[in-house]
Design a protein around this ligand. Structure first.
Ligand SMILES: [Zn+2]
Length: 308
């Protein structure tokens, strides 16, 4: 095999991986080189196109026209994973696999983690900068799948959707000095905070559903969902803390959010549906807030059914 680019390997630095915008770097900022991009903390690997690890997700990617199957529509990018690519011809010469950076990006999708997108100058996209590397903001990985590329080899594909506003430069937005307008990344910080609590609860249960024990597996690894007992946001304003979070499979997440079942303080299931019975598993040191269980019962018509 020829030397492969977009290796997906990260540098071996011990700094924690940071998701979301980088402080002080406005969307639209252009960097002259990969070294400058790395020094600013926007995309740390000097060569790899995907920064990330399979177990953590990907914090940033560079889209630079190195893959013939990439499609760039601005706010939507259909991105090709790494591997099997001849950097000289930009053609696929081997199958890609769900490993390393590809698994990292798949994890972003499963966990709702944002990825920083940098576009490098190249002739293949009207959205690429004329020179250097431009930070184009945060995208979410909407879905991922396997496909046949133009060359006939298997490729890993990702649908990346811009997380918030369009790229300011695409709108021509700039301040009086001609600098791109800086966005306040409130949405992403909320997602990142949720993901941290969610991740801790999921890890505690090894991604097995507390209600039924199901442990789903995807190409990115085990999959579970974090369910808030007292819901987040208005009007419930439940907290994002472990005492208010369960590790559930998607089915039980839907059912508890809909109030198809609720929980006694001892975690036995209360339901009008005779098929929904049993008791949730709980693992030390996880403790659930009885006030949140009571709140869930109250908003779903199980009031007065607290401790048995
Ligand atoms: Zn379940």
């Amino acid at each position: 095999l020829p030397c492969l680019s977009r290796t997906g390997q990260t540098q071996g630095d011990a700094m924690p991986r940071e998701f979301g915008d980088v402080d002080g770097v406005a969307v639209g900022t252009v960097f002259a080189s990969r070294a400058d991009l790395a020094a600013a903390g926007v995309h740390k690997p000097i060569q790899a196109g995907i920064s990330g690890a399979a177990s953590e997700g990907s914090d940033s990617i560079v889209v630079s026209g190195g893959y013939e199957d990439d499609e760039d529509y601005g706010d939507l990018i259909v991105y090709t994973g790494h591997g099997g690519n001849d950097p000289a011809t930009r053609r696929q010469v081997a199958d890609q696999e769900w490993v390393r950076g590809n698994r990292a990006l798949a994890r972003n999708c499963d966990e709702g983690l944002p990825v920083r997108v940098v576009r490098g100058a190249h002739g293949g996209s009207p959205y690429a900068p004329p020179s250097g590397y431009r930070y184009d903001g945060l995208y979410r990985v909407d879905s991922y799948w396997t496909a046949r590329g133009h060359s006939g080899f298997q490729i890993c594909r990702f649908r990346l959707v811009r997380d918030t506003d369009p790229v300011p430069e695409l709108l021509g937005a700039s301040d009086e000095a001609g600098q791109p307008v800086l966005r306040v990344p409130t949405t992403v910080q909320r997602i990142a905070r949720n993901s941290d609590v969610a991740q801790r609860v999921k890890d505690l249960y090894d991604h097995a559903c507390q209600a039924c024990g199901t442990q789903l597996r995807t190409p990115a690894g085990p999959y579970a969902e974090a369910a808030h007992i007292r819901p987040l946001g208005r009007p419930h304003d439940g907290p994002d803390e472990m005492q208010n979070v369960l590790c559930l499979c998607p089915n039980h997440h839907v059912l508890i959010d809909a109030g198809s079942f609720s929980l006694h303080d001892d975690l036995t299931i209360i339901s009008h549906d005779p098929n929904l019975t049993g008791r949730l598993r709980i693992t030390e040191p996880h403790r659930l807030g009885e006030q949140y269980l009571a709140y869930h019962r109250s908003i779903h018509g199980y009031e007065g059914a607290g401790s048995l």
